[in-house]
Structure formats: C-alpha cells, structure tokens
Design a protein around this ligand. Sequence first.
Ligand code: UN1
Length: 493
Amino acid sequence: MAERYFNWIGGQWVAARSGEIFQSLNPARLDDVIGEFPASDGADVGAAVEAAREALEGWRKMPAPKRGEILFKAGEILKARKESLAREMTREMGKPLRETLGDVQEAIDTAYYAAGEGRRLAGETVPAELPNKFAMSVRCPVGVCGLITPWNFPMAIPAWKTFPALICGNTVVFKPAKDTPLLATRLVQILEETGVPAGVVNLVHGFGESVGKAIVEHPRVDLVSFTGSCEVGRVIAESCGRRLRKHSLEMGGKNAQIILHDANLDLALEGALWGAFGTTGQRCTATSRLIVERSIAEEFTRRFLERVQALRVGYGLDPKVDIGPLVNLAQLQRVQGYVDIGVREGAKLLCGGRPLTEGELGHGCFYAPTVLGEVQPRMRVAQEEIFGPVTAILTADGFEDALEIANGTNYGLSCSIYTRDVNRAFAAIRDLASGIVYVNSPTIGAEVQLPFGGIKNTGNGHREAGTTVLDIFSEWKTVYVDYSGRLQKAQMD
Ligand code: UN1
C-alpha cells in the first residue's frame, strides 16, 4: 500500500474535498509508487486562499527579523536532513544523488539568504526638496501569493519562491508540480516544524488544469509566481492581465554555449557535457545549443561524441550513474518527437536518439544522451526548448556570427562563451541577449545571491533570487513626513 499524503490548509493536513487522489511514481522504476496525494480542485484552493488571507494580518505585522528566524530554522532543518531529502528526491524525480544534494543545498542557501534579509529589506531614505520634511521608501507585502512550481528542482525552486515571499510578509498558497508532490510535502513539513503560524503557508496538490487554474483565477490571490513552460505562462499572463494582478513568470530557455577557436578545449568539453546533460537536460538553463567556431568544429565534435557515448545512464542512487531518467513517459515522448523533427529537418543524428530499454532500464523513462549535428539556426531543434538530454551542434564563421546565432531565438535566459581572449569575453558579456552570461563555465549553475531570469520569452521582466526577488514579493510604499508645521507645496514652494 502506498503511503497517503495530504494538503496543508490553515495548519491542518487534509484530503482533497472531493476525496480524489493521484500517485507519484519513481521515473526510474515506474512500478515503484512513491505515494498517493490529493487531486485537489477549486474548493481546496478556495479554502487555502481563505486561510492565507486570515493569516496575513498577523504575519505581515510580525517583525521581519522574527520571520527571518523562522526561515533560518528551516535552513537548519534542511541542512540536517540534506542526505535523506536528496535520496527521496532522486527516487521521486530521477536526477542522480549528487545533483539532488545540490538541489537541497540551493534551498538551504536560499533559506539563510532570505533569513538575513529579515534584518535588511532595505528601502531608501533620500533628501526631500522642502525644509523640515523627511522622505523614504519602505517595502510592504503584496498579500496572498500563489506559487506554482515545476518538477526539475523540487526543493530549490519552491524555496526560491516561498522563502522570499514569507520574508516580505506575504502568505502563500503553494501548488507544486504533480510529478514531485513528496518533496513539496517535505518542504512544507519542515516549515510546519519551524512554527510558522497556521495559514501562512498552504499546500494544495494536484494538476495545473484544476489547482493551478483555480489559483490563477481566484479573485483574492494578489500575486502569481510561476516557473514552467511558455505555453502555460502565456495563459497565466492573460488571466492575470485581465484581473490586473501582479504575476512573475520564469519560463524556458534555448541556451547556447559558444566555443571560439582559442578556447581551452578540454574545459569547453567538460562544460558542454555538464551543461547539456546535467539533470538529463531538464533545466531551463540547459545547454541545448553548442555554437562552435568552424576551424575547431570537427575536433570538438569528435571529442564530444566520445565523451557523450561514455556517459552512464541509470538509476540515480547508483553512484556510478551520470544521468538519470526523464521525469515521466510524456517527457520521453516529447523528447523523441523533437529528435524526429530534427532528423526530418535535415539535422544529423550523431549519437543517441532513442529510449534505453535494456535490462533494468526498461522499467523507467530512460533516454540515450543525444547529439544532433549539422543543425542550422532556423531549425525547430535550434529554436524550441526540448527539455531533455538532447543538444545541437551549430557551426559559426567567427565571433560575430556566433553571437548572432546565439541571439537568434525567442528565448534569453543563459549563455556561455569559452575563449581565452579577454576582449572578446567582455564584448560577449555586453552583446549576448540573455539574463545570465557565463565566461568559461557552462550555462547552468546559478547562485542564489544574484538575480536569476531572462529576457524575451523567458520571462516577463522579473528576476528571482538575489535582492531582485524582493521586488517581486513586495510593493513599494513611499512615505513623506512633513515636520514644518505648515502646508508646503512640492514643486511650487
Ligand atoms: C531551472 O532550471 O529552472 O542555474 C533552474 C541553474 C540552477 C537553477 C536552474 N541553479 O542551473
């Protein structure tokens, strides 16, 4: 019998009102059921929003340093349970243990960072233009925040959203991805242990079409923060736009690693392997294009293929494994669909290109690491996010051409350039059209104390992490105090 888990609403663990459930499966062994979770709907969301509204007054008035202490405690518990959480995450979502340890670490880092922010949350004090007048700006909470998160970082991304939302004094209705409900439950259980007051955090499990939609359309949700596909992001933006509700969207990428002829090739190969196939390519920052200068393209491709073919695919709890499964069968089909499109478009399948079904692998969603060669910049496989272990090699005629190819997509999250030429490195930093630029390191691996996000279809102008996330989860209030004892008129007196 699979274990039963619940929603957390107003400080109580409760089933979906409808009594419906869904299962979370181990993507490496589809007969391994991780647990049964409530398949919630609008009624559960309604209760969660109500609880969050009720808790808002008390929470927003708690001094921010006190809220910070609670988050610090969450960091301490996450740290103490890092290994066991990582093991559960590998089982639920597939990526190898060293990566899931990193995922939990990102949540720990975010907890400590947000906790410290409890004693900052800095506004500005600036001179007023009139005598005996004081001017400043302070941050206020937005209200009830609906947080909708993906499965590829089951702990880190919920932490990126929840902790900053809480430190700013908001209350939360959290809908995790249907593929990683256990890890979301673990995070919320930890928050419960920290003593966060009832109703401040509410967890509602279920599907996008029911729970996600109900959160986005609820009239008393003040902000929606979403990480996921452009397709869903657009629907959220339309709905929030109609209601004039704040929404921050972090969507896809088509990230490129440029390798110039003077690059340290060994380093560039290491970077490409990690960037393209880390997390089985299921990162919005994954390296899905390798743009190689023509003079080194042949050597790079030959050496890259050798390395890719040596990657070991398997169950992520096996320490010898480099790459885990895809998260579910639908993703597997999507990836295969894109490889087929690439081949039809004229790309050359250099390795991989098929599910792996030998022996034990046949029980899971495994796909061979895949490299497409002779890819042209306008092909769909060079334009659309695949979100799997597939990368495309494109050749460039020099530095300018490489930049043009890199910038020629509708996304703009992360770019990387490998070169030893400092002038070109700085020109690339200036000219690459993306929210994140890496020099001599891969397109993945952002740190939590800096802004994370991108331009064009990647986002809608916000940045998570760093201090910029506070601009998502707070509103500015500008305060003037006139202590002159008379009416003073700005711009006129
Ligand atoms: C994501 O893929 O949605 O920079 C987030 C990185 C990680 C976060 C990725 N720290 O690759």
